[in-house]
Write a protein that binds this ligand. Structure first.
Ligand code: FAD
Length: 279
């Protein structure tokens, strides 16, 4: 069982719990992006189990009428085994989403995986227009060129700053430089697209910038934030009429995800210590 302290960041261990969380978010006008926790599988049987879970989840989402979609990870779908295995599974999930009228996001992992991930996305989006969206990371120096390549791809793009440590040769490692790249990439996305832009950030400055860019260019966009992070802001934005989606992970592999969230910010650590001490 997930301890209450981790429940802030994780929607439960099972699909029914995750769907229940989605229902509660929907009541506050917030859509949900469900991610079954799991990554870096080297056994195809582990990959298959998660693919089957996602296929069933897509059915559950459509049957329930919830405003929810999925986000998958390349290494969860077999990229550590082979690019072919990954693309086959990614395609199978998006194809099923297309059949049932649902939507699938794909996370972006470390820079060794960028080419294979973007290639699969471009090919699958061409076959299933506007049923799939891809995350891209502004900390990578290549991203501006990737965004140019993706301009005509009929799929959504989630822009994030990037969560992986990458070498200076291929990435901006200084926070100010990452922020500057994010601003420029965001402007480019709003300039070039009229739909399918997702702002994957908790940063109030970037969210305000997106609002200004949307007024300037008329682009449809949504703000995406993680479960347990700035949930008050998520609700406030939804009340203001901004499209908001919460990325909510679930599953029994919750422990390492929880530790990552706690480590990344001092206030999360304080929250964790307080919860343990019961204060
Ligand atoms: P930061 O640059 O960390 O912080 C900027 C400001 O935001 C802070 O000064 C503060 O005002 C506010 N803020 C940030 N965090 C908090 C907090 N915990 N509590 C209160 N205020 C806060 N990365 C990937 O590499 N691949 C992915 O596929 C991916 N998917 C993501 C999906 C979503 C929906 C989100 C939200 C993030 C995703 N990320 C992904 C992570 C992302 O790359 C960043 O590491 C992470 O979002 C931190 O950057 P930030 O823009 O939120 O804010």
């Amino acid at each position: 069982m997930i301890p209450p302290i981790a429940r802030r960041f994780v929607a439960g261990e099972t699909a029914p719990e995750a769907l229940e969380h989605a229902r509660a978010c929907n009541e506050n006008g917030i859509a949900v992006i469900l991610n079954l926790l799991g990554e870096h599988y080297d056994d195809p049987a582990d990959v298959r189990a998660d693919v089957d879970a996602y296929l069933a989840l897509l059915d559950d989402i459509t049957d329930s009428g919830l405003d929810a979609c999925l986000s998958v990870k390349p290494s969860q779908l077999g990229l550590d085994v082979s690019a072919e295995l990954f693309e086959t599974h990614y395609r199978e999930i998006v194809s099923h989403a297309d059949d049932v009228g649902a939507f699938v996001w794909c996370d972006m992992e470390d820079s060794d995986t960028t080419d294979a991930t973007l290639d699969a996305f471009a090919s699958i989006a061409a076959d299933h227009p506007w049923r799939v969206g891809q995350c891209v990371q502004s900390n990578l120096r290549r991203t501006r060129e990737d965004l140019e390549r993706l301009v005509d791809v009929p799929g959504a793009v989630r822009l994030v700053k990037g969560a992986y440590d990458e070498p200076e040769s291929i990435a901006y490692t200084d926070k100010a430089a990452v922020n500057e790249a994010y601003r420029e990439d965001l402007r480019y996305l709003f300039e070039q697209r009229d739909r399918g832009v997702a702002v994957g950030s908790h940063d109030p400055e970037m969210i305000a910038l997106a609002d200004r860019l949307a007024r300037e260019f008329g682009t449809d966009y949504e703000v995406q934030m993680l479960m347990g992070v700035r949930e008050d802001a998520q609700r406030d934005l939804a009340v203001q009429g901004v499209d908001v989606a919460q990325y909510a992970p679930y599953g029994d592999a919750w422990f390492s995800y929880f530790i990552r969230r706690v480590r990344e910010r001092r206030e999360n650590l304080t929250f964790a210590v307080r919860a343990v001490l019961g204060r």
